[in-house]
Design a protein around this ligand. Structure first.
Ligand code: UDP
Length: 455
């Protein structure tokens, strides 16, 4: 009897680890608390060693299946990764159908949950009458923007970056056009068209799950969590963050170093799983950190000029030894005050460590949530994706972060970096932001308890 079997859920994660992390947290939560079993269906193009290692660390009640490789050779070579994923999702429907069909008869399959750019794949679930949901690994700001995209598209004909006035979205501070999601900055790009398509499909879903918590974007939460004709219910299910990073020798070294630093004294400097800088910017950052006189733990990647856009773009550790790109004598001069680690640190553990007092971050959404859940205020340094608009929300909306002011050529120079780092770590503004971060830490913890209570 199907009804008596454990409920089963199928997730279709996208490509980046930043999406797989929160999806896995949600899966684990459903397994632990509600005795679900789970299948992940992956696009085989994006399978790689980092992903495999991570998947093998998950509970055995999560099974991974792989779609066959989906030919995309007809797409222009410079197609955005999000376009490729959208097209792959559309072409995956017949294969998904054949993977879902046996699951439908062998399990109590209650829902199909597709990642943010994989919406066309929902056709397979629809045809089989399986309720389908979308999971947004980022925030309500993203969802609000996408819901408003068709109207904004009709309202003006230039690109967002050309707008003279900021974009007004309900519940948020005004967002200057150039800070809007990078995928929407060129109307002629296929990616923009795909986002309009996703906007339509978000409205057709049976529900939308968003990895955020209400206190961080309260007005939007209030608006979107109400029932409204023409769009599905929106559920805030965050912060979905890992309790600990995977153990490693390098990780232990970072944490040991933090153990020997004074409470709240260390600035953590990290730009997500992919972020890197030009050689010039990297050097200014090093000299700015040094000039600030503050303690720091810096996850360093090789300069962006060396980065290949190959298939392992999302996971490859940066080429060779990034330490050689630091200014001459930097490591000796900052010895004891700073620790530079190549490519990767156990971020969730670093942020939870009592010695960590600030986070210089690219404002990726996982990083932002991880920082807030640990009450750590931020300096925002957005690089790509929706990080620019996240930054606006964290600085002007949630008021828990400060920004750097760039020179005319776009570089953040050492004087500016030093000034802002000092202000965050020992200034009055830093103190105010720290208090606010502590408030959000309490709210984040309450949101997680709420999730347990209400499911
Ligand atoms: N991360 C980490 N160590 C690092 C860099 C990143 O553990 O040195 C993790 C981080 O904790 C977060 C994820 O990688 O969970 C990055 O996700 P985010 O959304 O912040 O940025 P993205 O990598 O997607 O740009």
């Amino acid at each position: 009897d199907n009804g008596k079997r454990q409920p089963h859920i199928v997730f279709l994660p996208g490509c980046a680890m930043g999406h797989l992390f929160p999806i896995s947290e949600l899966a684990k939560f459903l397994i632990d608390r509600h005795h679900f079993t789970v299948t992940f269906i992956h696009f085989s193009e994006y399978a790689n060693k980092t992903q495999e290692a991570f998947l093998s660390s998950l509970p055995s009640s999560i099974t991974s299946l792989y779609l066959p490789p989906i030919p995309l050779s007809d797409l222009p070579e410079d197609s955005a990764i999000e376009t490729r994923l959208s097209v792959a999702a559309a072409r995956s429907v017949p294969y998904l159908h054949s993977l879902l069909l046996p699951l439908l008869s062998s399990t109590n399959l209650v829902a199909f949950i597709a990642d943010i750019f994989a919406t066309p794949a929902c056709e397979a679930a629809k045809a089989l009458k399986i309720p389908h949901f979308i999971i947004i690994p980022t925030n309500l700001l993203f969802l609000t923007l996408i819901f408003h995209l068709p109207a904004l598209n009709a309202e003006f004909s230039c690109d967002f970056w050309e707008l003279e006035h900021p974009v007004i979205l309900p519940g948020y501070p005004p967002i200057p056009g150039p800070e809007i999601l990078h995928l929407l900055q060129d109307r002629k790009n296929e990616c923009y068209k795909w986002m309009l398509e996703h906007a339509k499909r978000y409205r057709e879903a049976d529900g939308i799950l968003v990895n955020t918590f209400d206190a961080i974007e309260p007005e939007a939460a209030n608006l979107l969590k109400k029932e409204e004709p023409g769009r599905p219910m929106v559920y805030t299910v965050g912060p979905l963050i890992r309790a600990h990073a995977a153990a490693s020798e390098e990780g232990t070294h970072c944490l040991k170093w933090l153990d020997s630093q004074p409470t709240g004294s260390v600035l953590f400097v990290s730009f997500g799983s992919m972020g890197s800088h030009s050689t010039e910017q990297l050097s200014e950052l090093a000299l700015g950190l040094e000039a600030s006189g503050q303690r720091f733990l810096w996850v360093l990647r090789s300069p962006i000029e060396l980065k290949s856009a190959g298939p392992d773009y999302f996971t490859a550790p940066s080429a060779a030894n990034p330490l050689v790109y630091l200014p001459e004598g930097f490591l000796e001069r900052t010895k004891g005050v700073g620790l530079v680690v190549p490519s990767w640190a156990p971020q969730v553990d670093v942020l939870a460590h009592s010695s960590t007092g600030g986070f210089l971050s690219h404002c990726g959404w996982n990083s932002t949530l991880e920082s807030m859940a640990r009450g750590v205020p931020m300096i925002v340094w957005p690089l790509y994706a929706e990080q620019r608009m996240n930054s606006v929300m964290m600085v002007e909306g949630a008021k828990v972060a400060m920004r750097l002011i760039a020179r005319k050529d776009g570089i953040f120079d050492r004087e500016e970096i030093s000034r802002v780092v000092k202000e965050l770590m020992e200034g009055e503004e830093g103190e105010r932001l720290r208090k606010r971060a502590k408030e959000l830490e309490v709210e984040a913890a309450a949101a997680m308890i709420d999730l347990v209570r209400h499911q």
